[in-house]
Design a protein around this ligand. Structure first.
Ligand code: NAP
Length: 456
């Protein structure tokens, strides 16, 4: 670093927008220098983004990564500014008055649609809504999912689809000691769902889920996986894919699917059906979803690049609850370029681009940079790439006019925004853990923002 900013007298001031994994990994990489200060914003009063509101409640180990983020937050040059919606409570132009660089790491908040008739019927939902609901996200606590139905269909075979299916397939006893939101646990306790159908448009060699996640369905208390042995008759290109030494994940998935297909009759109440090579073409129902029309696909193309092609052969699957789980999608931020097709901020290795030109001082990391792919750890190298470029550019950046976080907090106060600091979050955290202990849960999340703010 050189020039006016990035010195002991005048550290480089970076605003990170989004307190999820990519934001924290970026903060960690930036704070390896003592000539940088980081202020991290989140629209919610609580940090950790998708680790708190995306990771399934029964996957507690994955959430342990927040301990790493807590350590980063304890660093001297780091501040958390929660309950501040950048783009709404403060514009990008205002933010730039206080920071030399702004890094967007706000993830992918919405989802992709299927674009089929009937998708808007009541009873048809996005997986992201359901995930946010059972994880106690304040924006989703009022959502209603009709669990009095016999059959639920989930479109897609990524890990999000798997999470949704597993939560629907588990018993309340399997969930009650997790940090699942109490409203969701109570609704699931009354669930009458007996059949969960997970539909993949391609075959068992192409499924996007990971081996550990799919194996779990062989170990559920009151649900058995069901696979049609005919689905194991794969084409030559798929065989080549499975034989590829670099494709261990697909091989392991295939082995698990084979084991599921070989299972005999079971006495368990629920069934988890895994369908392959089928695409939804329409949803039907009077007012709410009653059925989904599926078209059988065949695979075409070379090994590693096979695509699903409709054969014209259709089947009807009765279902009263329908989820699409075909990928998250980023949303635009007022005043920042956006690639509508990809649902990302256009960038070159994290430097934000506008019409082919680098926008100085504006960066992106995580899902809003590369799209919704990879596991939590994937964000570490991704954020480090962006940070490397921020530090490389630092000497050339125009220093901000008002390098003063207190002045920014004053501005927000003037707009009636209560800024939540990390110490405030620790009070919310302590209260959630206390409430959880009473119910034998690791925590009972507070789901109202107003209530969260009462602890700050
Ligand atoms: P994903 O892994 O990209 O899976 C998307 C799924 O949707 C694929 O099966 C895809 O099929 C299918 N799909 C896409 N468009 C479709 C269409 N028009 N019709 C039918 N199917 C369609 O996305 P995700 O499940 O949302 O997960 C996002 C990321 O988070 C992934 O990297 C995932 O591994 C990660 N994640 C990890 C965990 C965990 O580690 N436990 C948990 C949750 C999420 P094709 O393959 O044919 O495109």
């Amino acid at each position: 670093m050189s020039g006016g900013v990035g010195t002991s007298q005048r550290p480089l001031r970076v605003a990170i927008v989004g307190a999820g994994p990519s934001g924290f990994y970026a903060a960690d990489a930036l704070l390896r220098s003592d000539k940088v200060t980081v202020d991290m914003f989140d629209r919610l009063p609580v940090p950790f983004g998708l680790v708190r509101y995306g990771v399934a409640p029964d996957h507690a180990k994955i959430k342990n990564v927040t301990k790493v983020y807590e350590k980063i937050a304890e660093k001297g040059n780091f501040s958390f500014l929660g309950n501040v919606a950048v783009g709404r409570d403060i514009s990008i132009a205002e933010l730039r008055r206080f920071y030399d660089a702004v890094l967007f790491a706000y993830g992918a908040e919405t989802d992709r649609t299927l674009g089929i008739p009937g998708e808007d019927l009541s009873g048809s939902h996005t997986a992201t809504e359901f995930v946010a609901w059972y994880n106690g996200h304040p924006d989703y606590r009022e959502r209603h999912f009709n669990l009095s139905q016999k059959a639920a269909v989930v479109i897609g075979q990524g890990n999000v689809a798997v999470d949704v299916c597993r939560i629907l397939c588990k018993t309340v006893d399997e969930l009650k000691h997790t940090d699942i939101a109490q409203h969701a646990l109570e609704a699931l306790a009354k669930s009458r769902i007996e059949e969960v159908h997970m539909i993949g448009r391609r075959g068992p060699a192409q499924a996007a889920f990971t081996p550990v996640e799919i194996r779990e369905f062989g170990e559920l208390a009151d649900c058995d996986p069901v696979v049609n042995p005919k689905d194991l008759e794969i084409n030559e290109a798929s065989r080549l894919e499975l034989d590829d030494p670099k494709n261990a994940r697909a091989r392991k998935n295939f082995e698990t699917i084979q084991q599921f297909a070989a299972l005999g009759q079971s006495k368990k109440r629920k069934k988890f059906f895994i369908h392959f090579c089928k695409s939804p073409v329409a949803l039907g129902g009077r007012g709410s979803v009653e059925e989904v029309i599926l078209e059988k696909n065949q695979l075409a193309g070379e090994a590693g690049h096979q695509k699903a092609r409709g054969t014209g052969e259709k089947e009807t699957l009765l279902c009263g609850l329908f989820f699409r789980s075909v990928g998250y999608r980023g949303i635009p931020m007022e005043g920042v370029p956006f690639d509508e097709e990809g649902g990302t901020i256009p960038n070159k290795e994290g430097r934000v681009m506008d019409k082919g030109q680098v926008l100085p001082g504006i960066y992106a990391a995580g899902w809003i940079k590369r799209g919704p792919s990879g596991v939590i750890g994937t964000n570490k190298p991704d954020s480090e790439e962006t940070v490397k470029n921020i530090l490389e550019d630092a000497g050339e950046l125009t220093p901000c006019a008002q390098p003063d976080t207190q002045a920014l907090i004053g501005l927000l106060k003037g707009k009636n925004i209560k800024v939540v600091r990390f110490a405030d979050w620790k009070r919310i955290d302590a209260e959630e853990i206390r409430r959880g202990q009473a119910n034998g849960k690791p925590r009972e999340k507070i789901i109202s923002v107003t209530e969260m703010l009462s602890f700050c």
